[in-house]
Ligand binder design. Structure first.
Ligand code: ADP
Length: 213
């Protein structure tokens, strides 16, 4: 069953390695949707609920076993779906999430090398029938992302990882974009913010037209 068949809201996830530009474009897309009369909320992972935000604080700071990290990501997600994402979609509100399950495959699977079968099993457990309708993958070479991050913020546990980790994470994202072409759009994020926003407007027009038909 697709999301559209059991709810009116559409689910859009923003993905990409740290520094790719996800946060930069979320408010732009949210505002563009609002201008088209669409009710839309934005949220994030890990996080999105009080429990999820508490788990986020642990996940971004504490060292832990790789599988503990993956399990906590999915625990946060379970709560997020139950408390925020599914109720919004059911009420006809669109949801933009800064990261969703593709990020767990990319970071814990690609970056940390956790067996993808284990992640597939967790995904089947936590959200067997829910997938984003659209996943915007902001893609940049890792040196570009690193330069942007260094210029702007204190780095968290993931952002401090070595370049191999980020290139493996980026490659897993790109692999998934190839595996699920019906929902992924890969955005070349090396371009200017303005150029990217023009492309985002085209994508928004396309999904709004589809959603209305
Ligand atoms: P993410 O949310 O993917 O980690 P951010 O949106 O926080 O990335 O962007 C990281 C930094 O890079 C910010 O300072 C942002 O202003 C800058 N940035 C984002 N996109 C671009 C772009 N296309 N060109 C130049 N700088 C950018």
């Amino acid at each position: 069953m697709t999301n559209k068949e059991h709810s009116k809201g559409l689910f859009i996830s923003f993905e990409g390695i740290d520094g790719a530009g996800k946060s930069t474009h979320i408010s732009f897309v949210q505002e563009a949707l609002r201008q088209r009369g669409i009710r839309v909320i934005s949220t994030r992972e890990p996080g999105g609920t009080p429990l999820g935000e508490a788990l986020r604080a642990l996940l971004l700071k504490e060292k832990m076993h790789l599988e503990t990290e993956a399990l906590l990501m999915f625990a946060s997600r379970r709560e997020h779906i139950a408390q925020v994402i599914q109720p919004a979609l059911d009420a006809g509100t669109w949801v933009i999430s800064d990261r969703f399950t593709d990020a767990t495959f990319a970071y814990q699977g690609g970056g940390r090398k956790l067996d993808l079968n284990k992640l597939n099993a967790l995904e089947q457990w936590v959200h067997p029938d829910l997938q984003p309708n659209l996943t915007l993958l902001f893609d940049v070479p890792i040196d570009v992302a690193r330069t942007r991050l260094d210029a702007t913020r204190t780095l968290d546990k993931f952002e401090q990882e070595k370049s191999d980790f980020f290139s493996d994470t980026r490659n897993e994202y790109l692999r998934r974009a190839t595996e699920f072409p019906h929902r992924f759009k890969v955005i070349d994020s090396t371009r200017s913010i303005e150029t990217i926003q023009h492309e985002l407007l085209d994508i928004i027009n396309e999904i709004c037209t589809k959603a209305a038909s």
